[in-house]
Write a new protein. Structure first.
Length: 503
């Protein structure tokens, strides 16, 4: 018996007759037609800004670039010509695919709200005449850190206490209690804490060698990570076994270096200690020295040692090893550029003058100035182009009378400009350059030789501070980082000394 064979065409017709298969085939045809149309006519969707890296952020002087990410490859010129920032922030643009980086030429001015706008830009495939397909207008906002600083009070009710003043919000907060006399302090990089040394005001026998080391919270929350209210104090080092002398906080805030001496045998047990976050203090097996500064990389320490400046490692496990470098011709180090590629050092000359040198990490040192007076401070601006110096001029050699002044050195053009001269002032002055490079804070002291009272703070030379005024020199630089024509000093309605800007 024979069986008829099914024809293959009949099977195919049967398959196509299924409703689900008909729908699938129709979709495939539609997608194919749409793909062909897109390939022929291009994607007519409107480009947009997908992400703005500084959107609603609070930025500091360390934030030097933001990124705009687009949904489509853009016409570069149309973006660059139509991008605006209010107030203006000059910068340079670079591209990587759909991402545009904008690098500031100078940091954003502190205490300022900024608005970024972009409209009328087009993607790479849109003609200039096709305005219907220009970029969807974009607006983003960001702000800079509050303009704020910390100082030591000199009024009767605040004498020797650590005080925070916020210019942007016109707010003043006393951070430390009245039973502590603060001797010195340094600021953590996020502005959320202050490291300080202090003596117990109630102990009338306490002296400069009886300081303990503490931290105190400021209450500032620039990065939305700090929940601590202002004034919370934690002790870092007591003074039971060792005297705590000078100290330095690393730029990243993770390491403290303290010069300490054993109370029972200071001559034999004297040197540096390292305190790292969450760890017990560790003795630093390096040779004792004088003034020291931690480099911007937080891994190296520059210290006056013998007849020069030694650069030694702070890296864990390498503390106290042989110096990485030694600079025998210098006696003091004043500071580093922000990138750590150069430092300023002082040379004491045989003719009793002092010279300030720029010492690069590679290359030859450059003498910046020579003076018969003193070099009190030298601070780089954020760009590293300007060096602001607090100096003195020797005006009476026999009685050794010095007159302080503030000088700006333009390292790029090798020029200088005197910004302010103090006609009558003791040389116990301190200045602080703001992190955005636009203002200098300085104090003016009235001193007294009576140092018997433990509640009266002292100058670096040991005189009692009877009263002090705080002043500001502003503006130093324009938005594009050029020196302002003539900044003016202005007295602040605050009495205090040793002011320091918050980062």
């Amino acid at each position: 018996m024979s069986h008829p064979m099914s024809h293959p065409i009949s099977k195919l017709k049967s398959t196509f007759s299924q409703p689900l298969d008909k729908v699938a085939i129709s979709l495939c045809v539609a997608l194919a037609v749409l793909t062909i149309l897109l390939l022929l006519g291009g994607d007519r969707s409107v480009p947009r800004v997908r992400d703005f890296s500084w959107s609603d952020r609070t930025v500091s002087a360390n934030d030097r670039a933001f990124i705009l990410t687009f949904t489509r490859p853009m016409n570069l010129n149309s973006v660059e010509e139509n991008l605006t920032i209010d107030p203006p922030l000059p910068g340079k643009i670079s591209w990587a695919g759909r991402r545009m980086a904008y690098t500031l030429e100078y940091p954003a001015s502190y205490g300022t709200d900024y608005t970024l706008r972009l409209a009328s830009a087009r993607d790479r495939f849109t003609e200039a005449s096709d305005t219907e397909h220009f970029l969807d207008p974009f607006e983003g906002t960001f702000q800079s850190h509050d303009r704020a600083f910390v100082y030591l009070g000199s009024e009767e009710t605040e004498r020797g206490q650590l005080i925070l003043y916020n210019f942007t919000r016109d707010a003043k907060i006393v951070l430390t209690p009245a039973d502590l006399t603060v001797m010195d302090f340094q600021l953590y990089p996020d502005g959320d804490r202050v490291l300080f040394s202090a003596i117990d005001r109630g102990n009338r026998d306490a002296g400069l060698t009886d300081t303990q080391l503490f931290t105190v919270t400021t209450g500032l929350d620039f990065d939305d990570t700090n929940t601590e209210p202002p004034g919370k104090i934690d002790r870092v080092l007591d003074n039971q076994t060792y005297q705590n002398l000078q100290f330095a906080l690393s730029p990243d805030g993770s390491t403290i270096v303290v010069q300490r001496a054993n109370r029972k045998n200071p001559g034999a047990d004297f040197g540096l200690w390292v305190v790292r976050d969450g760890q017990a203090p560790k003795k630093f097996e390096a040779l004792p020295g004088g003034e020291f500064v931690i480099a911007p990389n937080s891994q190296e320490l520059a210290i006056a040692q013998g007849q020069g400046i030694a650069l030694i490692s702070l890296a864990k496990g390498d503390e106290g090893n042989e110096p990485l470098q030694f600079f025998p011709q210098y006696g003091r180090i004043m500071g580093f550029t922000n990138d750590g590629n150069a430092a300023v050092m002082v040379k004491f000359n045989t003719d009793y003058t002092r010279s300030l040198f720029l010492v690069p990490s590679s290359g030859d040192p450059q003498e910046l100035l020579n003076t018969t007076g003193s070099i009190l401070q030298a601070q780089f601006d954020p760009s590293g182009r300007y060096l602001y110096c607090l100096l003195t001029e020797l005006i009476e050699a026999e009685e050794y009378i010095e007159r302080p002044y503030i000088l700006a050195l333009d390292l790029e053009n090798e020029t200088s400009r005197e910004l302010l001269r103090f006609e009558t002032s003791p040389i116990d002055l301190h200045m602080s350059l703001s992190p955005d490079g636009r203002a200098i804070l300085f104090d003016r002291l009235l001193t007294d030789t009576d140092t018997n009272r433990p509640d009266v703070p002292l100058t670096d030379s040991g005189d009692a501070i009877a009263s002090s005024q705080l002043w500001a020199l502003f503006p130093l630089a324009t938005a594009d980082g050029e020196l302002a024509p003539q900044p003016q000093p202005e007295r602040l309605p605050l009495d205090g000394f040793r002011p320091r800007w918050l980062p």
